[in-house]
Design a protein around this ligand. Structure first.
Ligand code: WT7
Length: 657
């Protein structure tokens, strides 16, 4: 495990919520004691209190066939109804649901009543295109209200969405569409990013080029007005919406009805389609969104900066906040367009009170300097959240002091695409926080830190983070691959004493318990990188690199990066026959562009080093650990298990060229 833990044991700063804050919070310590008594009953209570059930459930949890859990199995609900109609029926139709801010500065807002009508119309559009319950719909859109409307419309008719981040390439899009056999793609002509128009439709056209695709129609939102190629299967969103009926009654679906698939990287092979279902997922997201952030739906203005293409956007832009009837900001663009104060300007404009973002953004702002946020009125902020990667104490303190006026609670929330919902976090109104710690499991969640034999490591020690009991928002599987689901998450501790009471979910993260038993995340322990809070697999980028005709071999590592947490660094061996064809500089440029084109710009390596050989063990396994040392500029560690102990010397000298 490569872990930086030197400083955390010395962290003695503590930040309790102010007495005023603590006095107004709805969360009470009873949440923990109630949940401890019986987590399943606790979640059943939450499900009944927080959601509307068309048909109440009588069974809470079925864990008789692990790792396949069923929550609230005989209950029926409609996820979109829970996020929309019921708020209108409760008299809150005039409350703003979305304040949309486009990157070029255009803005529009939707009340709950308006959003409900839009989703009803969109549901009718989908039905009109022949989409039925259980069908998969791919969503490839910028961060615009139509993304939220599309997801909710799909959910409303009991279909399954697969949102694909707009930064992914045509190749990535195609493999995801094919894996899920999507019948419809919802996209846009393009979106605005970094002050420029960035096209989306051409990637969809390219992905569907072969004509043997399962996709019958492409619904196209006009966002930028740029020229698009038009095909028989294409339908303009605006044309379809204009004639769609605003009446649509939400039908109920079983609690375990699939809600969405979201692809995420793993250690090997193609991205996994993580499957989430309805009742349990919505319960845990409503609960955590309310209690972690101390949400007051009547008064708060909430802003989660994540794109809907990631799990954070699913759980904490769409489902959690809307289930809770929150008012939120939706921003299309990047933090620095058209100027570096853009986020703070938005917070001032909408009087944002809860901000949920990622450490990589905070570190970028730190580098730019506090004088930028200080030009804006940020006094509306009362809770700050962090997600995606460990937040270093320095960034945590800056976030609190500069953005939070040295007053606001910070909640560092640990979770994953697979967990569906926040698992480890402070509760803003209750927890005395430590800068850099993710703190404690949220009520109803049971976490442990174990050694390789499945033994609890005890306070003061590091090990592997596991979830010991099923939880409502847990993934229900990997789309089409139950074996891979078991192997990837549930086999690690099988047969160990730690698993005697049932299978343990292994998260892939290292963690440490401090002397109080609080949890500190230490990063991934497998070949998965975390770049700007987004998971990328070394294997996937390596296979993209070797797919290029220039490349003989490639090894990819995640190297520490001041801003993005980790950065992609690749070591490539060029085919002998190709080596003289182009300069090193050209080759690096070609390969960087190739990865961006195959996977997406987020996967483009920061550095590519052309080397003669890769460090391998006698059995031929690439020793990425040594390459990571080299990429991070450290002395290279123990090389005695290498087949050729000199190879690292050659590599480090070639890196200097
Ligand atoms: C991986 C999951 C959950 C939404 C964003 C990423 C890392 C996430 C934290 C945190 C330390 C964190 C873990 C995890 N991670 N949040 N607060 N502290 N690490 O979702 O792409 O599924 O990645 O992100 O390594 O396993 P994801």
């Amino acid at each position: 495990m490569t872990v930086k833990i030197d400083t955390l044991l010395h962290e003695s700063r503590r930040f309790a919520p102010t007495p005023e804050f603590a006095a107004q919070t709805a969360a009470t310590p009873d949440l923990y004691t109630d949940a401890q008594k019986d987590p399943a009953t606790f979640w059943a209570d939450q499900a009944r209190n927080l959601l509307h059930w068309h048909k109440p459930f009588t069974k809470t949890l079925d864990w008789t066939n692990p790792p396949f859990a069923k929550w609230f199995e005989d209950g029926e609900l409609n996820v979109a109804y829970n996020c929309l109609d019921r708020h209108v029926l409760a008299g809150n139709g005039d409350r703003v649901a979305l304040y949309f801010e486009g990157e070029p500065g255009d803005s529009r807002s939707y009340t709950y009543a308006e959003l409900t009508t839009e989703v009803k119309k969109a549901a009718n559009v989908l039905l009109g295109l022949g989409v039925t319950a259980g069908d998969r719909v791919a969503v490839y859109l910028p961060m615009i209200p139509e993304a939220v409307i599309s997801m909710l419309a799909v959910a409303r008719i009991g279909a399954v969405h697969s949102v694909i981040f707009g930064g992914f390439s045509a190749e990535s899009l195609r493999s995801r569409i094919d894996d899920a056999n999507a019948v419809l793609v919802i996209t846009a002509d393009g979106g605005y990013r970094k002050g420029k128009i960035s096209a989306l439709k051409p990637a969809v056209d390219a992905a569907l080029q072969s004509n043997d695709s399962s996709v019958k129609n492409v619904l196209v939102v006009k966002r930028t007005g740029q020229d698009v190629q038009w095909n028989d299967r294409d339908v303009w969103w605006s044309d379809a919406m204009e004639t769609a009926s605003p009446e649509h009654e939400a039908e109920s679906f079983p609690a375990e009805n699939p809600l969405f698939i979201l692809y995420t990287s793993g250690t090997t092979g193609a991205p996994k389609g993580i499957l989430h279902t309805s009742g349990g997922y919505l319960t845990q997201n409503a609960f955590t969104h309310q209690n972690v952030f101390d949400l007051k739906p009547e008064t708060d203005v909430y802003w989660c900066t994540a794109d809907v293409g990631w799990i954070t956007g699913h759980s904490y832009v769409v489902y959690g906040p809307l289930a809770n009837g929150a008012t939120q900001v939706l921003y299309e663009g990047t933090p620095d367009s058209p100027h570096t104060g853009r986020w703070w300007e938005i917070i001032e404009k909408y009087k944002v009170s809860i901000l949920y973002t990622a450490p990589t953004a905070i570190r970028t702002f730190m580098k730019l300097g506090r004088q930028i946020p200080q030009k804006f009125d940020l006094s509306s902020l009362r809770v700050l959240g962090s997600v995606g990667e460990p937040i270093n104490p320095e960034a945590w303190m800056w976030y609190r002091e500069v953005i939070g006026s040295n007053l606001t609670p910070i909640v560092d929330t640990w979770w994953q695409t697979e967990t569906g919902s926040i698992m480890v976090s402070a509760l803003a109104g209750l927890t005395e926080t430590k800068p850099g710690a993710a703190q404690v499991p949220v009520p109803g969640i049971t976490i442990d830190v174990l050694d390789d034999d499945g033994q609890h490591v005890g306070h003061g020690n590091g090990g592997l983070l596991v979830v010991t009991q099923p939880w409502p928002a847990m993934l229900r599987g990997i789309w089409g691959d139950p074996e891979r689901f078991k192997e990837t998450y549930w086999d690690k501790f099988e047969g160990t004493t730690g698993a005697k009471d049932g299978p343990l979910y292994f998260a892939g993260d290292g963690a440490r318990l401090d002397h109080d038993g609080d949890i500190w995340l230490l990063g991934r322990v497998d070949d998965v990188m975390n770049v700007s809070g987004h998971r990328l697999s070394t294997a996937e980028i390596e296979s993209s690199l070797v797919a290029h005709s220039l490349t003989a071999e490639a090894a990819v590592v995640g190297a520490a990066d001041e801003t993005t947490g980790q950065a992609v660094v690749a070591f490539v061996v060029i085919k002998f026959s190709q080596a003289e064809i182009a300069s090193h500089e050209d080759i690096v440029g070609i390969l960087r562009a190739h990865v961006a084109q195959q996977i997406g710009a987020i996967a483009r390596p920061r550095d590519i080093y052309i080397v003669d050989e890769l460090p391998k063990t006698r059995s031929g396994k690439i020793m990425r650990r040594l390459l990571r040392d080299a990429a991070e500029g450290r002395d290279v560690g123990d090389v005695t298990t290498l087949a050729d102990t000199m190879v690292m010397n050659t590599i480090t000298s070639q890196m200097k060229k």
